[in-house]
Design a protein around this ligand. Sequence first.
Ligand SMILES: *Cc1c(COP(=O)(O)O)cnc(C)c1O
Length: 436
Amino acid sequence: MTETRTGTDRAAGETLLVRDRRLLWHPYAPMPAAVEPIVVKSARGVALTLSDGTQVIDGMSSWWAAIHGYRHPVLDQAVRNQLGDMAHVMFGGVTHHPAVELAETLVDIAPAGLEHVFLADSGSVSVEIAIKMALQYARGVGRSERTRLLTVRGGYHGDTLGCMSVCDPVNGMHSMFTGMLPEQIFAPVPSPRFGEKFDDSHVAEFADLLATHSEEIAAVVIEPVVQGAGGMRFYSPDYLRAVRQLCHEYEVPLIADEIATGFGRSGELFGCDHAGVSPDIMCVGKALTGGYLTMAAVLCTPEIAKGVNAAESGALMHGPTYMANPLAASVSLASIKLLLSRDWRSEVQQIEDELTVGLAPAASLPGVRDVRVLGAIGVLEMHEPVPIARTQETLIKRGVWLRPFGRLLYTMPPYVSSVSNIRTIASSMVEAARQQ
Ligand SMILES: *Cc1c(COP(=O)(O)O)cnc(C)c1O
């Protein structure tokens, strides 16, 4: 019956939007969705081509991922080559070149001390695995009473239950899942802002919480230097350095969630590099595959691995069906090589310079509360929630695709964006802010 009905509807020429609306959930949306999506036909370079032929610059890099833009010939070729060998094979009892080479490359470029790699299938899952590593480590070193996590307010770590428990309790809507989410410990939003002077008072409350609860804390979880989807804030690397030091003192593993910051976005290869610190466990995702496929990775130190092995299971208890997917691993490897072969630092610096100049006029607009730029990230924080539909209409007319959320209108464009692309994005953001 269903088949017939769908067939009839298609024959009746229902538009794609009508079919979409009837069938599909979109991210953080009701059913049916309240805001009509745009139909993207194809994408190349920094541009999305819409169904009517309009081209818009993707100022979102498809949620931080497409750092090299779309249909990059090197990445397309990497996927094609891998398809010639195999798209996938289970990782239980099996290994392959793409997995081993990707792990070697990640260990080479990651902060010192991270030597082992778990290849997971999405950012959220990698955070779950990092948490499980920390819990199993605690048991392995004879501290099984350490079952909670310490984190900071304003964070975002993903949408699965464990991840949600360390997201900002207000933004993350913990009230909706009360009773289901483990209750974690929250320190204030990290301060001061990036570039401002740090002193010990900034980390005092975090230090107090760690001191009070250290016997029950399995790990500290934090996004290094940039808090992404939890509020797009940039904080002082000195704060991160102090957190690293405190974690050493209390022998609590530090989990760095580099899923948004990894691969150059904030101006250093990893957020931790701003502070010159190494976490005990690190998650990467998003830009890992250059925006091609879903994959994330969890890196850890030999000390963590040893502790996990010493727990009663004698093994890390996780193993997804698509673990180490060869297509995703191959394109990740190609994306990292491509990144390192380019002068990515200058590219990101140029984007930072252009965004700084281009967004500056917004600072004097009445609706704008704050303007901030770090690396290839530009943010306009408004006083009021950004009206999504109207704002996107303004932006698309000017040839730009952005996805505002809450009071934030922000961009993290592909690194391959030209000066003119960035100027267009920045002036469109200013114009959209002016209309608020
Ligand atoms: C996006 C993001 C995640 C979740 O990754 P998914 O691939 O969407 O599951 C976790 N942490 C941070 C910092 C992120 O930006």
